[in-house]
Design a protein. Sequence first.
Length: 294
Amino acid sequence: MKITKPRLALICGILCISIFPILVKLRLTPGLISAFYRMAFAVTLLLPYVLLSGNFKIPTLKFTLLAALCGILFASDVAVWNIAIQESSATQASLLTNLSPVWVGVGSFFFLKAKPAANFWIGTFVALLGMITLVGFEFFIDLNFDKAFLFAVLSGILYSVYMLVSKNVLSAVDVLSFMTISLLASSIYLGILCYSLDEPFTGFSNTGWFVLVLQAVICQLCAWLSISYATQHMRATRVSLSLLSQAVITSILAWLFLEEQITLQMVFGGIILLFGIRITFYDKTISLKRLFSK
């Protein structure tokens, strides 16, 4: 499979966001305020660059408002995901929020001109089967749906709406302008939310501040500039499903640094999940010979 620039950007973006749940799980700052500083620091770094370099182009009022809506949607996604991570495990929260391909596929079917191909639905089924295997069938059979579970699923729904709206906006707005507007909207929205909920804006350790900056630079700017570029040149469904691999990488990092347990069942589930992602990258009818060829 040839690695194009959009696919390479997508891979880089996935690697950058994979460390985010690990940083949040350290609990050096509250989940909601962590989301605020992730956006605020990112736009503080990005805004001078786009203004001084002349890369910021004001879109039409319609697309400006849509880009701002994307910022609010994404901020809400990160906020509830942070809470889910801190109240469960990095592995579980990452897996459940990545149910978003189901919502993106359904939304694309109803609202986008580019409809998901049959291979997308096959890949989605295989990937979700891998995800269920990784989490454990007992979790779903017992209906162990606590607040952390519900917030993680809500995060996936919010992200899927973000993907569908941003795909429309990025067809008319360049990536840097889109990121600047959406980050400004995210920062203002989360700042008001944190203030209204009496979240602490200061009083963190030096390590806590360092982690907040790291989230902004690596997990926000580097990751989402790359993913936004990929979204601009690839199908929203394909980008969203590819992001499932982030859960596998996060699981490995959580095992290494947070001592979260990884079983043979989880490894097997991760393999199935990645296999499902590979299926979605084929536009023609699937054949075993093509599927396993380079």
